[in-house]
Design a protein around this ligand. Structure first.
Ligand code: AMP
Length: 284
């Protein structure tokens, strides 16, 4: 990857990187399309990063299918498929990692305390090796994207960050490699998540600007699901688009972010209040 990056730089070609953990789906493919628009050379990294999984999380069972990813990457026109090994990335447990700061401790960071340090550390390493001019991330993981933006700014990393909209299945469920963990019945129950976000958007469209009331509208959908089944809401908040901190005022740019458990499986999702769930064209 270093050699390919050096060659791209020599030839004056713009390298666009899409970092993933593989088991590719249409969401990843949309990021690759965006990367194609933004760069001359599209690099896709597939790396299930052990550092961002806590003990007891799903590192071992995380879905992997490199042959399938390779075929999808090829048909998506990826120029460089980069599949580093954990032992190449981490010769030993690292002494130095990237500290995500306060936004790394709320929402996802409150549920998964070491997660974002692991994410930012690997993203920093991927950037250091591939030296992309631009890197494309998904809005599905909006807090991650916000933290990557903070890291790039605070550590003066010379890379442009692009965040692409969430790609959903026809029924509204955000695509995720982890959706393979859901059987048909769980998947049907999981639809309560996009429906709740949609209810928040409806409240916003109806003129509601109090974040608490937007959350209440979404919880009107989640609450009954909680009491009648195996759904648990982990968090449900309106956050500012730039600071990613919970805000009292709901604005068009604000995110309504949520995480739920369906049985033992976790799902996260979010929506930009002024855009709604419909603004996610599959093949923009
Ligand atoms: P992952 O392989 O799940 O770590 O995701 C790799 C990248 O793809 C991240 O930037 C994610 O935010 C993005 N991504 C995951 N799911 C989606 C989706 N449904 N739509 C758009 N981007 C996504």
């Amino acid at each position: 990857m270093r050699a390919a990056a050096a060659e791209a730089a020599r030839a004056g070609r713009r390298l666009a990187l899409v970092p993933t953990m593989g088991y590719l789906h249409e969401g990843h493919l949309a990021l690759l399309k965006e990367a194609r628009r933004r760069g001359d050379i599209v690099a896709l990294s597939v790396f299930v990063n052990p550092l961002q999984f806590a003990p007891g999380e799903d590192f071992d069972s995380y879905p992997r299918d490199l042959a399938r990813d390779r075929a999808l990457a090829r048909s998506a026109g990826v120029d460089l498929l980069w599949t580093p090994l954990a032992e190449e990335m981490y010769a030993e447990p690292p002494h130095v990692t990237v500290s995500p700061g306060p936004v790394g401790t709320i929402l996802e960071g409150a549920v998964r305390p070491s997660h974002f340090a692991g994410v930012l550390t690997v993203v920093c390493k991927l950037f250091a090796i591939a030296q992309p001019k631009v890197a494309v991330f998904g809005r599905k993981d909006a807090q991650q994207a916000a933290l990557v933006r903070f890291m790039v700014r605070d550590l003066s990393l010379p890379v442009e960050i692009v965040v692409a909209p969430t790609v959903r299945d026809a029924d509204g469920l955000a695509l995720s490699s982890r959706n393979v963990y859901l059987d048909a019945a769980m998947r049907a129950r999981a639809l309560v998540l996009p429906r709740a976000l949609g209810a928040g958007v409806e409240a916003f469209r109806g003129g509601e600007r109090r974040a608490g009331q937007v959350v209440a509208a979404a919880y009107k959908v989640l609450g009954p699901a909680e009491s009648s089944g195996d759904i648990t809401t982990e968090y449900l908040n309106v956050v500012d688009a730039v600071t990613f901190l919970p805000s009292h005022a709901a604005e068009a740019s604000s995110y309504l972010v949520a995480a739920i458990r369906v049985g033992k499986k976790r799902l996260i999702d979010n929506v930009v209040l002024g855009e709604g769930l419909d603004a996610d064209p599959r093949a923009a």
